[in-house]
Design a protein around this ligand. Sequence first.
Ligand code: SF4
Length: 283
Amino acid sequence: MRSRYDEGPGYRFANVPEPRRDLLKREGYITINTVQAVRGCPYKCNFCVVPVAWPGYLQRPVQEVIREIERLEGDNFLFLDLSPTENPTYIKQLYRELIPLKKRWGGLSTIRIARDREMLKLAAQSGCGGLLIGFESVSPATIKQMRKGFNKPEDYSEAVKIIHDHGIAINGCFVFGLDGDDKGIFERTVEFVNKAAIDLPRFSIATPFPGTPLYRQLQAQGRILIKDWTYYGGQKAASRSGLVLKTSLLANIGYTKYARMLPDYIPVPCEVEPWRVQLIESQ
Ligand code: SF4
């Protein structure tokens, strides 16, 4: 074994050995049915570890993915792919081939999926019950700083509605503490989450992961507070921001309980009050 494995040039994401799921303790996981079809991301948002860890954007052969899913026990599974929908031809083909399997799945996508009705329809037909989507911020200034220009806060509400109309629940992710944020960001975010009825919101503190442009910037500005990597989980402040933040323990316990109540990503009806998070702003 080597201490580190990197995706070398010319690496093909194919002929992947099937994971030994029989070695996993089922009770320790929401599901052990996790599948990868796409690796990497074509974008380079400044806080994100994905382009750093997986520099390529690779798709596994559709038939190989389908064979693995066919062999899974039960009818539910999760796609672990972080940015799977940016090669529309590939992903639509995968969704088409999934339809006859009649499985139910959850996964991730960028918000751009709401702009491609054919893709969204195929995702729903193939059994998609929920998507994790990185909204990141309701502040255009923060989005600009992140270099995630395809996220348009002014279009978020419409996008959420379109996705919900296809019967797909949304696990919406938001980040606080970048330089574009001001003290009003919490209230504006919660207002959006409640109005849009985001089914499962998730809030984290901007974290400068090593290797990212954000890390280099904050390092150069002398704003990295600590290099104890246990601080680098998105829930503790590792760098100095315009705002100093911590998320409450109670909020995290509440989140975990709520998430476990969403079996297999079954969409939550919109009339259910979205889970509320309490963010504590400290000095
Ligand atoms: S945040 Fe999402 S879209 Fe941006 S680089 Fe990471 S995976 Fe890609």
